[in-house]
Design a binder for this molecule. Structure first.
Ligand SMILES: N#Cc1ccc(Nc2nc(N)cc(-n3cnc(CCO)c3)n2)cc1
Length: 285
């Protein structure tokens, strides 16, 4: 039995993956409306039993998502708090987490990547306008609802997932370097809308590096030094993209570009990419 939409029950199949404190399963939601049974495939995000005391943060994350709706935000049906289990029931997004998709696919076109980046920027702009901090923007939390296929002229479609448990323990924050803004390692940590812009920059880096994990295998000491010495992620060969990532990952939170500026810069990249892409077809000037 869950809150809200009167969902009757959910069943869980195989485990699909995991977050920091949770495991995700495919499941089925059964609603009874006007005496008819409606079955919907869902994603069940189950809070690990040994993290039971995180249930408030777990509940907060899901209630944040269920209070707002936007085409690029994940739909959360409700939270089941029956018995000892805390289960968040989400829409099942067809192709799952973007980082795994990019790793698996390895050959997603630049135009698709730009499209995904723009949709993520639109989701962030929506949250920004509502003064809502997500707090965990990364490719793992971007879900792919539709593949882009340039030959079929179809564009990809993404949904930003719930932020998961807001971590405050220092070593968990260290674990999220380079996605977490350096201002969160200060004392006191300052979580703000600007932090999401830093994370957006790190996520752009993942998208254009085919889902590669930034600072992979770096230990916590090396990660601390990455911020301590004001380092940047390895720049892309595409200067305009590299500049955008560096601007988002500005060590001064207030100097990071607004969502509107980011969307405008992405549109310029899309146009320039289009021109390069179709330059060969352009009639001799
Ligand atoms: N093979 C396969 C396959 C796997 C998953 C999905 N779909 C889906 N839908 C969601 N709402 C959330 C997630 N999800 C995945 N990993 C996390 C934890 C890290 O965020 C969340 N996956 C579809 C196909």
């Amino acid at each position: 039995q869950t809150q809200g939409s009167g969902m009757l029950c959910v069943f869980q199949d195989e485990c699909l993956g995991q977050g920091s404190f949770t495991r995700v399963f495919k499941g089925t939601k059964v609603d009874i409306r006007e005496g008819e049974e409606h079955r919907t495939q869902v994603l069940l995000k189950v809070l690990d039993a040994n993290h039971k005391d995180y249930w408030e943060a777990f509940f907060e994350a899901s209630s944040m998502m269920s209070q707002i709706s936007h085409k690029h935000l994940l739909l959360v049906y409700g939270v089941s708090v029956h018995g000892a289990k805390n289960i968040m029931v989400q829409e099942l997004v067809k192709y799952g987490a973007l980082d795994l998709y990019l790793k698996r696919k390895g050959s997603v076109s630049v135009s698709c990547k730009l499209d995904i980046a723009k949709q993520l920027a639109l989701a962030l702009n929506f949250l920004d306008e509502k003064n809502i901090v997500h707090g965990n923007i990364c490719a793992k939390n971007v879900l792919l609802a539709r593949e882009g296929d340039p030959s079929q002229e179809t564009s990809p479609f993404i949904k930003l997932s719930d932020p998961g448990i807001k971590v405050s323990l220092l070593d968990l924050i260290l674990d999220r370097i380079p996605w977490v803004g350096p201002e969160l390692l200060q004392d006191p940590p300052i979580l703000s809308l600007d932090s999401d812009k830093w994370s957006f920059g790190a996520t752009l880096w993942e998208i254009f590096n085919n889902g590669e994990t930034p600072l992979k295998d770096w230990d916590l000491e090396m990660k601390r030094r990455f911020y301590g010495t004001y380092q940047q992620l390895e720049p892309s060969q595409w200067t305009e993209l590299a500049d955008m990532i560096t601007q988002c990952m500005d060590y001064q939170p207030a100097s990071r570009p607004s969502c509107r500026v980011v969307i405008r810069q992405l549109n310029n990249l899309i146009t320039s990419d289009y021109e390069v892409l179709h330059a060969s077809e352009a009639p001799e000037r």
